[in-house]
Design a protein around this ligand. Sequence first.
Ligand SMILES: [Fe+2]
Ligand SMILES: [Fe+2]
Length: 453
Amino acid sequence: MSIYTSGKTIVALLYPLLKAVQVYDVNNDVVINTAKKFVAFMETLFSTISSLEFVRYRDYIFFNKQRLKYEIDSYANLQFLNSRLKILRIKSLTFLSGIKHQEIIDFAVIFKEDKVTFLKQFVLKRYPHIKVEFLKAGEEADEFMEDGKFTKRTYFKALKVTKNMMQNLWSGRPVDVKSSRRIVYNLVDTISRDEFGILALTTIKNFDEYTFNHSLNVGILALALGQRIGLDRRSLARLGTSGILHDIGKVEISKELINKVQKLTDQEWETLKMHSNFGVREILKTRGLDEISMIAITVAYQHHWNYDGTGYPLREKEEEPTLFSRVVRICDSYDAMTTARSYQPIPYLPHFALRVIWSNQNRLFDPILAKVFTQLLGIYPVGSCLELNTGEVGLVMRQNPGNIGSPIVKIIVDRNHEKTDGRTIDLAMEVQTKIVRPTYPQMYGINPSAYFL
Ligand SMILES: [Fe+2]
Ligand SMILES: [Fe+2]
């Protein structure tokens, strides 16, 4: 069994134990059997590994140095472990060979307590096979602000590749889809290493170069959603490419029409809708056609197909959009709603766009994907501006995987409505600070993405 699978299994076995001690007496059979199962599995690992170490860093959980991904089957377990470790201010938790079920039960009992009680109990009672390292004062707050240089570099490299590819198609020069493959794999790696960091960069919405940023943002959102539903690396690369290329057919439509402010005539609307068909043609034109291109063709054709059978281009009743098309359908709508366009000068607030997606599940969007997408972005997605009960305005910098209603925010507007370079607060930890309502960054002359660069 790989380190990764072992880590996921331990977390999966620990979760029911932590829950069981909340419900049952410690001498109850359920508790004892769950603990025995947990210890028995660890013993099988101790034959080859001497210690099993969980580290919490930037809201990610690492097991023996491997990051455990938030996937659909492990989401609840990991999220629970993460939030407990966070509340108890534990940086690392290590289990050593020789641990017995009684020791882990005792530990599970104090693990559900608050920080002070936990600390007292942990010191009082000896835990010879469990090592705990605590965060130092102030260590947590700046952690996640650390500049993700690699993440940014990948984003801008990907933007350049996207731009080149589209400009080449525009001017009739041949493009090589394979050249984009490397950058897509870089994105896949970045998503698995730092999904929160790269998602923050999708708040970059460049009005003048809308299509490039939009295409890349859709690719990144699709990758993040794909990772959550457990797609492997190869599938992710295909999905990411398809996301980036979804609107490629727009290169055949005049920029005047794409940027038109006034209401479109029926004729113009029909022309615009043709971009789904044109996409097929554009991808077929590229050099080095392979399986990835074929999948991208399908997504370009289907990305305006709705879940209930409506949408365009028209289709036969029994034709259904592929999983990738359904993923891109959601990510495309979300990014389009949250971006300023000539005909939509004030974009939707991110949380409102999510609500639109939520309320249109079954009709426009795949309901399961809509749910995972909401879970991924949180109630207030990164880049949202929030009015707080302190009179300040905070910018959402990061989600709390354990608590999607209480993100980590940076104060960017003070009580006097002045822009400020304020402190960073974790709303899940500083419970006296509350969200009053989301607000428009434009009201304060703020461009949220500037804070992520
Ligand atoms: Fe489109
Ligand atoms: Fe689009």
